[in-house]
Design a protein around this ligand. Sequence first.
Ligand SMILES: CC(C)(COP(=O)(O)OP(=O)(O)OC[C@H]1O[C@@H](n2cnc3c(N)ncnc32)[C@H](O)[C@@H]1OP(=O)(O)O)[C@@H](O)C(=O)NCCC(=O)NCCS
Length: 161
Amino acid sequence: MEKITIRPLKPKDSRAAALLLKKILPELAFYTKKSISDDLSSYTPKYISGYLKNRYTIFAGAWAGKRLVGALFGWGSRGGLGYMDWLVVEPDCRRKRVAEELVRHFEHAARKMGMYKVWWDTGFKNKKMNAFNRKMGYKKVATLRDWDHHNDMHFWAKELA
Ligand SMILES: CC(C)(COP(=O)(O)OP(=O)(O)OC[C@H]1O[C@@H](n2cnc3c(N)ncnc32)[C@H](O)[C@@H]1OP(=O)(O)O)[C@@H](O)C(=O)NCCC(=O)NCCS
């Protein structure tokens, strides 16, 4: 596989990032259709470049040459908690630690921003993410059923060293 490089997304990457999400999110059949369509409507190229103006935004891309093959969208907050929203990797680049590198990039950027903890929620039935979170040192802090958009979610958190 071509060498993968991780770097923060720039406004000019917004279209590629929106396309990647549009391609991958419908694969998550355990989320309600409405939650996927609502999320895709908040990740249009215009919104993505708008979010990049927020000083708390941490959006990272994984690049194989000029091709965006993975992305992570998250934020810091005034309260010191970093939040990861979506993490996606192209099917042909999976199981090669691209997601791991994106999360490490996020954690590093969040720590530099002054965050002391990172959290996110992932689908109850997303077995890959249950394994991923445990491997990355995240602890399950809650499970909420019928949560937003009626999805069942696990909530995970990790203290940043
Ligand atoms: C989940 C996803 C981001 C993982 O990306 P990836 O680059 O393949 O993940 P990595 O190679 O970094 O995997 C790291 C660890 O995650 C776990 N994992 C990843 N894919 C897995 C799978 N198919 N089955 C079981 N565990 C898996 C494993 O613990 C793996 O470590 P290992 O390879 O040493 O066993 C990718 O499959 C994806 O985009 N899925 C669709 C979108 C999604 O579910 N996003 C998460 C919700 S925000």
